[in-house]
Design a protein around this ligand. Structure first.
Ligand SMILES: *Cc1c(COP(=O)(O)O)cnc(C)c1O
Length: 360
């Protein structure tokens, strides 16, 4: 069996160690005689799995005690609605639109109140992060919303926007646990785990306790209220139990790797290998403003759609999977999440050099 280098933007590569451990435990989880998939979410064994997962995440991110950690379903996209339904007390929120995901969140919020687009980079195909040092923040805004790492376009906020005291809400789906963060700067941090943490089906919401109230928009379904899930420690109904178990294993793997400081270093090293190559290449070039480059998603093009397609095809044949860019932008994109080894990025660059030499 040969594993490929998988550069998918999501669902994405997971640490091989984690997959092997899960395989070992598939039929009999720690003497229970059953798989975690077959286990009651109210059992003692599962209680330890979900509690350990939460604690390990708290340790990794240094999450303050006045924040709740929720393991929910519905993907990141469900949060596009859940956030306004729970947080729009004044029915006003400010959105910074830096890509398709931020735009979708903005459009969804517009259904529930007045969503203001206070900045955007759509004028240049989302290839940069707008200056967010002095934005026209609305006086009565309930929150300011960002997508911190733009998976499709490959940009990342290097400094958080100045929200002028308003609550910051961030979608971190594609940069979750890729580097340390100061949780106290946010009201809500959330992300679907299938990019950088685990299998699709789990979304993690880290939310400051004062934002969890019964005062939600009229008609908000029970399942879409943060308070319901917070009060029940994410066990109001059956949680995505197996997915949480894999996330827990990834948290332990991250701890073993040295935590988020070590991951940041590793991710910077990996990204540098690829960006340095792109910057000197005569064939390939990166598509975003240098200072806004993501460590996780690296889009690039040759400038010729046929040559791009040839590259993707030949790369696949050589064992480099999922390098095709997002359908809305074309070109290529290499997602180099936590679990992508440095050797994978080095091998990709070697392949790109060879392709460049052959296609001059
Ligand atoms: C993938 C992605 C989403 C959508 O996630 P789903 O779980 O499919 O709803 C939202 N935001 C960002 C930043 C993403 O990368």
């Amino acid at each position: 069996m040969a594993r490929v280098y998988n550069f998918s933007a999501g669902p994405a590569v997971l640490p091989e160690e984690v997959l092997k451990e899960a395989a070992d435990e598939m039929l009999d989880y720690q003497g229970t005689g059953m798989s975690v998939m077959e286990m009651s979410h109210r059992s003692k064994a599962y209680d330890k799995i979900i509690k350990d997962a939460e604690q390990d995440l708290r340790d990794l991110m240094n999450i303050p005690d006045n924040y709740k950690v929720l393991f929910l379903q519905g993907g990141a996209s469900q949060q596009f609605a859940m956030i306004p339904m729970n947080l729009m007390k004044n029915k006003v929120a400010d959105y910074i639109v830096t890509g398709q995901w931020a735009k979708k969140a903005y459009q969804e919020a517009s259904k529930y109140g007045k969503a203001n687009k206070i900045a955007s980079s759509e004028d240049e195909t989302f290839s940069y992060i707008p200056d967010c040092s002095d934005l026209p923040i609305s006086e009565d805004a309930d929150y300011v919303y960002i997508c911190e790492n733009n998976t499709i376009y490959g940009t990342k906020y290097k400094t958080l926007p100045n929200t002028k005291g308003k609550t910051l809400v961030a979608d971190v789906s594609s940069c979750f646990l890729s580097e340390p963060v100061d949780v106290s700067k946010y009201g809500v941090i959330y992300g679907g785990v299938q990019k950088n943490i685990g299998p699709a089906g789990v979304v993690i919401v880290i939310i400051r306790e004062d934002l969890i109230t019964e005062d939600v928009l009229p008609g908000t379904p029970t399942m879409l209220q943060y308070k319901i899930h917070a009060d029940a420690d994410s066990l109001y109904n059956t949680p995505p139990a197996y997915g949480i178990y894999i996330c827990g294993k990834v948290f332990k793997w991250l701890k073993k790797m040295g935590g988020l400081e070590a991951m940041k270093q590793r991710n910077e090293e990996k990204a540098k290998i690829l960006y340095d190559f792109l910057d000197q290449s005569e064939l390939f070039k990166g598509t975003v403003r240098k200072e806004d480059r993501s460590l996780m998603n690296v889009p690039f093009v040759t400038g010729d759609a046929d040559l791009d397609a040839k590259f993707v095809k030949e790369a696949k044949e050589a064992g480099f999977e999922n390098l095709k860019g997002h359908r809305t932008v074309g070109g290529m994109r290499a997602s180099i999440y936590n679990a992508m080894p440095k050797a994978g990025v080095e091998a990709l660059v070697e392949f790109m050099k060879k392709f460049e030499a052959e296609n001059k």
